[in-house]
Design a protein around this ligand. Structure first.
Ligand SMILES: *Cc1c(COP(=O)(O)O)cnc(C)c1O
Length: 459
């Protein structure tokens, strides 16, 4: 993809999204010289997105919508989602800890780590957290570790191998993907049926086909194959052994404008088309959406520290770069972001458009979040906003250059338009914290190591 046919428009038309929030954040000092970059989460928007997800699925008694914790691994966000009635999908001991701290009941947590340790499995089984095994080897570990009184729902992840989308690194259902049991490999299907035959406690099939860059029909085809496998297992065992299907997440997000497309309702329509039986009530459903719930409900705001011209190109040096928009900086064509320009008071910038690069604070040349973007001319003290960054951006910063994790705030416009109110979600990382996490407690350990031996050798 070249810069000229980038799907990202030059600048948002009309009054840019979240203009009232940016204005208030600047007025309140949440964004400015003291704090040059921060993440913001629209809590009203999160509630609306969860309601839309719930409404998109038919009202069946046993549907559990979980949120994929890695998409926004922040305890207050997870607690908000728990309060909205969601469960939580976790993929590491750290994410499990966050989900428990957020208050999810263990029965509403699903553990999908790709490389679960014995200790991790033991803890999940003791708590009653659902576990999806990623391989037959892992099933054998569960054979060893499972106690009779464990109430964990246990499943097996399969890879329907329906192929990938436009982003290789985000495609989970390719022939050689590292995830799940590769269904079309020789003998795999029979082995899956056997695994269920041998284990009466194995009752769930799991697939996560996606994510960003995958067309809906491809994802739906993968889920349809998983459903057909459940039917085959139950047919072969002449009993309904598989009682639930975890269809994963992976709905792609539109980063080109404000509209939500595809919607969760579009996805359900595609699933109905591909696997009508999925919704006839015989199977309890679990979902694991992340990006599609949070991406459009968050943005990054950053101060323009300087501007310069280089080789005929205007560059705005801001505080939002690879530390908070890592994927976009390294794969700008796969992960383009819309950028909004705001003046020093946080008002939408006006004035003639100018082609500019929006660069970040990291010490490497490629630290540019938007190349050759037409925006009103940015000046020192102005602000930029990176839209659609509510999932996988400021919540998962990169520690490059010892840049601090940015602060995160939730906001609500409240009922009756009383104005924007903010609440802290994560404090900005302090310099003391950076030093501590960089081994300060062991400052002398390397200079001391071997010092005795060297002294001995000189005698
Ligand atoms: C990442 C992940 C998800 C969420 O994916 P999104 O694209 O954010 O919806 C769900 N399930 C599993 C197993 C994942 O790894």
């Amino acid at each position: 993809m070249t810069q000229t046919n980038s799907p990202i428009p030059a600048s948002p038309a009309g009054s840019p999204q979240f203009a009232d929030v940016v204005r208030q954040a600047v007025a309140d000092g949440l964004l400015g010289e003291r704090q040059p970059v921060a993440g913001f989460i629209d809590t009203d928007g999160v509630r609306t997105s969860v309601a839309a997800l719930r409404n998109a699925f038919p009202a069946m008694p046993h549907t559990l919508h979980t949120f994929a914790a890695k998409a926004s691994s922040l305890v207050p966000v997870l607690r908000l989602l728990a309060a909205c009635g969601m469960g939580c999908e976790v993929a590491s001991p750290g994410e499990l800890r966050l989900a428990l701290d957020a208050g999810f009941p263990p029965a509403d947590i699903v553990l999908d780590s790709p490389a679960k340790t014995r200790q991790e499995i033991r803890l999940a089984l003791a708590l009653g957290v659902a576990v999806n095994a990623d391989s037959f080897d892992e099933l054998r570990r569960i054979d060893e570790l499972r106690t009779r009184d464990s109430v964990s729902v246990l499943g097996l992840r399969v890879n329907p191998q329906v192929g990938g989308g436009s982003i290789e690194a985000m495609s989970t259902a390719t022939a050689t993907s590292k995830f799940g049991v590769a269904l079309h490999d020789e003998g795999a299907r029979e082995a899956v049926v056997r695994a269920f035959t041998e284990r009466p406690w194995l009752t769930r099939l799991h697939a996560h086909v996606g994510s960003q860059g995958c067309p809906l029909e491809l994802i739906a085809r993968g889920i349809a194959q998983t459903y057909e496998l459940a039917e085959e297992i139950n047919g072969s065992l002449r009993t309904q052994r598989v009682t639930s299907i975890d269809i994963g997440g992976g709905l792609p997000v539109n980063f080109a404008d404000d509209t939500v497309r595809p919607s969760h309702a579009d996805y359900v329509a595609a699933l109905r088309e591909a696997a009508p039986g999925l919704f006839d009530g015989r199977y309890a459903l679990v979902t694991e959406f992340g990006r599609s719930l949070l991406a459009k409900n968050g943005f990054i705001g950053a101060l323009v520290e300087y501007t310069k011209d280089a080789g005929g190109r205007r560059i705005a040096l801001t505080h939002a770069g690879a530390q908070t928009a890592t994927r976009t900086v390294f794969m700008p064509d796969a992960w383009p972001l819309r950028v909004g320009a705001f003046d020093a008071q946080g008002r939408p910038a006006a004035g003639p458009l100018l082609v500019q690069d929006i660069a970040g604070p990291c010490c490497f040349t490629g630290d540019v979040v938007a190349h050759g973007r037409e925006l009103p001319e940015l000046r020192e003290g102005d602000f930029v906003v990176l839209y659609d960054t509510g999932a996988y951006y400021f919540s998962t910063p990169w520690a490059y250059n010892s840049l601090p994790r940015p602060a995160v705030y939730g906001f609500s416009r409240g009922a009756g338009g009383k104005g924007v109110r903010f609440a802290p979600v994560r404090d900005a990382q302090s310099l003391d914290s950076i030093a501590r996490e960089s081994g300060l407690a062991h400052a002398d350990s390397l200079t001391r190591l071997g010092a005795g031996a060297r002294a001995g050798g000189e005698q």
